[in-house]
Write a protein that binds this ligand. Structure first.
Ligand code: NAP
Length: 338
């Protein structure tokens, strides 16, 4: 693109009304916004893929959290990968691809200090938002730093067909888990877990009480629970703990809309089994990035790790993609292709 044809405006999704419960499309708008001229140290980027993620639901509320809420009436942001059109920053040139955090829009002026160059010849661009990006490293950190899987352990993963969960279950197996069990919200997902990702057992949590289905899949109990869901899943897992088990709280997607929040009523079982609940935030554990790239990059290259993506088309469909993600319409990482 020559200087003459550079875009003067961008189109960005805005939050207009903070949702109560399930977000409604009427609370958001796609608007044309001015695109500033990139200053020193900045890049003009044409986004090619946008990430939509469950944590964005939290940012739509203004409750105290680990991350700033979206501002009402302002563009939303999130992970994206795009092509550099203009670079005023050392180390970046037009044509480079970068991952950055000004998603939910087509064009962005990005501070180069917040962008990472990625190589589309090493991996598909989409992978840098998923298996080789935030969701992949979340699974890796949770398993390697917190779950500490021992040879032969029984590991239960909730949200197991999603971006984080599918990688978590496979890493547990690669770390020597004896039995990996996954739960997900459809028969197709359950089939995928066993047939493609190598889970030893899987169940559809919509088919009956989680505690009962988990007891069938893990009659001797579990050593590790990697939880993406919370609520009923967490209570069921606490009830199934073996001695000295570990629960790793990755997330609690069942509670992000604040509907019918179910808290575990059996916390005492943590003491009975001398087990731990551990939580972490991916952004605070990024010292593991080199190990993650080595291990996950290696497993992918060796065909030991499989991943799926669900890709919606068009900036117009970004909000729909987010809403569909929260309803379980995705298999693996949910992305939007521009
Ligand atoms: P994802 O699992 O790919 O997508 C969300 C999934 O949640 C949906 O596909 C749906 O699958 C499931 N879901 C929605 N409502 C549910 C409910 N009421 N009960 C059970 N499952 C429900 O998303 P992801 O990006 O991989 O994120 C997974 C979890 O990791 C989230 O909790 C997220 O917040 C967390 N996370 C944590 C960190 C960290 O630093 N700790 C970083 C990134 C992500 P079904 O069809 O199976 O229902």
């Amino acid at each position: 693109m020559s200087e003459q044809t550079l875009p003067a405006t961008a189109h960005a999704w805005h939050l207009d009304v903070r949702p109560a419960g399930r977000p409604e499309a009427s609370g958001f708008s796609l608007r044309e916004v001015e695109l500033p001229t990139p200053g020193p140290g900045q890049l003009l980027v044409a986004n090619e893929y946008l990430s939509v993620d469950p944590y964005m639901r939290g940012r739509m509320s203004d409750k105290k959290s680990y991350i700033e809420p979206y501002e009402v009436g302002a563009p939303m942001d999130g992970p994206a990968v795009g092509r550099v059109l203009v670079s005023n920053a050392e180390g970046f040139a037009p044509g480079d691809h970068v991952v950055h955090v000004l998603g939910w829009r087509d064009y962005a002026v990005v501070d180069a200090a917040t962008a990472q160059k990625v190589d589309p010849n090493l991996a598909p661009l989409t992978a840098y938002l998923g298996v080789l990006g935030v969701t992949g490293i979340t699974a890796y950190i949770g398993l390697t730093r917190f779950a500490k899987v021992n040879e032969g352990d029984t590991v239960f993963v909730s949200g197991a067909a999603g971006a984080v969960g599918s990688v978590a279950g496979q890493i547990a197996k690669l770390q020597g888990a004896g039995r990996v069990i996954g739960s997900a919200g459809s028969e197709d997902k359950v089939k995928l877990l066993v047939e493609e990702y190598g889970f030893d057992a899987a169940f559809n949590y919509k088919n009956g009480p989680v505690a009962e289905q988990l007891a069938q899949a893990a009659p001797d109990g579990i050593d590790v629970f990697f939880d993406n869901v919370g609520g009923e899943h967490l209570e069921a897992a606490i009830g199934a703990l073996k001695l000295h088990a570990r629960i790793v709280l990755s997330g609690m997607v069942s509670q992000y809309n604040d509907e019918k929040v179910v808290g575990p009523r059996n916390l005492w079982n943590l003491s009975v089994t001398r087990s731990d609940i551990l939580s972490f935030m991916v952004t605070e554990e990024l010292d593991l990035q080199p190990d993650f790239v080595r291990d996950v990059g290696g497993w992918l290259a060796q065909g030991k790790l499989h991943y799926r993506e669900t890709v919606r088309e068009g900036l117009d469909n970004t909000l729909d993609a987010f809403l569909a993600l929260m309803e379980g319409a995705n298999i693996g990482k949910m992305l939007v292709k521009l």
